[in-house]
Design a binder for this molecule. Structure first.
Ligand code: PLP
Length: 399
C-alpha cells in the first residue's frame, strides 16, 4: 500500500501533520486508515535486494505510515525508524559510539538510558562522562576532553527526566560538531510539537513513543529520526540484526494515538502551567521544577528553543520522602504510577526506583499532567496536600 505523503501540500503545520500524515493514498474505496498487516514473511524469488521487505524483522507495512509521520514531525528528510521500546531505540543509538570512544551524557538522563550507558562503560566498551547538562562550560569541557580523548557522542535530554534541567541545545550541538561528535537528543518530554532538536543541530532524535506520541498508556514503542542517510542505515541495520522491532498492532495503535497529539499537548501544557503556579504558592511544597515558571533556572533557554514548556512538573514536598509518599496515596484523581505522557495524570516519587541517582531529592514527586479538567486535578492535589502537610503548620520561610 502506498501513503499519501507526496500528495500533501508542503509546509503544513504540525497540528495538521499529526492528523494527515501516514494515510493511505486517495484511491476510490481506499480505507481512510492504514490497515494492520500481520505477516512474518513476504513472497519473493531470486536475490533479495535493498528495498525488498523479505522478512518481518526487516520491515512491515504497518510501520511505514507511523515512520513517515514521525519523520515529518521532527523535520527529518527521511522516515523515522520505530523500535520495540524507547529503550530499544536508545540501545540502537548508543551502538553508534565506537569501541574505545567517549560518550557525554546528562547526570539526570532518563535512568534506563543512563544505566545502559553505565553498564556498557563498565564493560569497557567506551568511556562515559556524565555532566550537568545545563552547565555549558562543563559540557564543553567534557566534549573536548581537556587533554583526554574528545567525545564521539553527546547525549542530550532537555528538559531532563526528572530534574527538568534545560540544555542549550543549539550551542551544545555546535560544540559537539566542532569535535566531530554525533548528537542524540531524547525529545520524549517535549514532543516535536514543542521542540525540534534536528532544527537546532542534533543528528538524531529519540522518542519513547510510549509516552505523548502514542498518548494513552497502552503501548510500549520507541523511535529514532534523522536526516543523515548513513546514520539511518546504521540504525536500521542495528534494528534488523538485534531484533528490537515493533509489533504491527503497537505501531497501528501509536498512529491512532498520534492523531490527537496536538489537542492533548495543548490541553496538558495549559493545565501544567496553572498547576505549577498554584503549587509554587503552596506552603506544603518547598520547590517546583517547571521551565514555564519565570523563576525556573531553565526558563530563558526553554523560551528561546521551545514553543511551550511541556506538561511535566516536579515538586519537592515539605516533610520529606514520607510526606511525599503519603501525598501520592491520598490522591484520588491522579494515578500513582510511573511513566508519563498519557491522557491520565500520573504521579510518582522518583526515588522509589533503586536506580534513580541520589542527586534526585528523596521528596521529589514527578507529575505528568493529563487532559482532565484542571480544577479537578488541582482540588485533588489541594485535598491531599492538606491531609499530609497542613498548610498552616509549616511557615514557608521556615522550610
Ligand atoms: N526516554 C525518556 C525521557 C523516558 O521517560 C523513557 C521512559 O520512561 C524512555 C526514554 C524509555 O522509553 P520506553 O519506556 O518506551 O522504553
Amino acid at each position: 500500500m502506498t501513503y499519501n505523503a507526496a500528495e500533501h501540500p508542503k509546509n503544513l503545520s504540525p497540528d495538521t501533520v499529526v492528523v494527515a500524515a501516514g494515510r493511505p493514498a486517495r484511491e476510490h474505496d481506499a480505507p481512510v486508515n492504514p490497515p494492520i498487516v500481520l505477516s512474518s514473511t513476504y513472497v519473493g524469488t531470486g536475490e533479495v535486494v535493498d528495498g525488498d521487505r523479505a522478512y518481518g524483522r526487516y520491515s512491515n507495512p504497518t510501520w511505514d505510515p507511523l515512520e513517515d509521520a514521525l519523520g515529518q514531525l521532527e523535520g527529518a528528510t527521511l522516515p523515522a525508524l520505530i523500535f520495540s521500546s524507547g529503550l530499544a531505540a536508545a540501545s540502537a543509538a548508543l551502538s553508534l559510539v565506537p569501541t574505545g570512544g567517549v560518550l557525554v551524557m546528562p547526570t539526570h538522563s532518563y535512568q534506563g538510558a543512563l544505566v545502559m550507558a553505565q553498564e556498557q562503560a563498565a564493560k569497557g566498551l567506551f568511556t562515559l562522562r556524565t555532566v550537568d547538562i545545563a552547565n555549558n562550560d562543563e559540557v564543553i569541557l567534557a566534549l573536548t576532553g581537556s587533554g583526554e580523548k574528545a567525545a564521539d557522542m553527546l547525549w542530550l535530554e532537555s528538559p531532563t527526566n526528572p530534574m527538568l534541567e534545560v540544555a542549550d541545545i543549539g550551542l551544545l550541538c555546535r560544540s559537539a560538531q566542532a569535535v566531530g561528535a554525533i548528537v542524540v537528543t531524547d525529545n520524549t518530554f517535549s514532543t516535536p510539537l514543542v521542540q525540534k532538536p534536528l532544527e537546532l543541530g542534533a543528528d538524531i532524535v529519540l522518542h519513547s513513543v510510549t509516552k505523548y506520541l502514542a498518548g494513552h498508556s497502552d503501548v510500549i514503542l520507541g523511535a529514532l529520526a534523522t536526516s543523515n542517510p548513513e546514520l539511518r542505515h546504521a540504525l536500521l541495520h542495528h534494528r534488523s540484526i538485534h531484533g528490537a522491532i515493533a509489533g504491527p498492532f503497537e505501531a497501528w495503535l501509536a498512529l491512532r494515538g498520534l492523531r490527537t497529539l496536538a489537542l492533548r499537548v495543548e490541553r496538558s501544557q495549559a493545565s501544567a502551567a496553572v498547576l505549577a503556579e498554584r503549587l509554587d504558592a503552596h506552603d506544603g511544597v518547598t520547590k517546583v521544577l517547571f521551565p514555564g515558571l519565570p523563576s525556573d533556572p531553565g526558563h530563558q533557554r526553554a523560551t528561546a528553543q521551545m514553543s511551550g514548556f511541556g506538561s511535566i512538573l516536579c515538586v519537592e514536598v515539605a516533610g520529606g520522602a514520607d510526606a511525599a509518599n503519603a501525598l501520592v496515596e491520598a490522591l484520588q484523581v491522579w494515578t500513582p504510577a510511573t511513566s508519563l505522557g498519557g491522557v491520565e495524570s500520573l504521579i510518582e516519587r522518583r526515588r522509589r526506583h533503586a536506580n534513580e541517582p541520589e542527586t534526585v531529592p528523596a521528596n521529589l514527586l514527578r507529575l505528568s499532567v493529563g487532559i482532565e479538567n484542571v480544577e479537578d486535578l488541582w482540588s485533588d492535589l489541594e485535598q491531599a496536600l492538606a491531609q499530609v502537610v497542613p498548610a498552616t503548620s509549616i511557615p514557608r520561610d521556615a522550610l
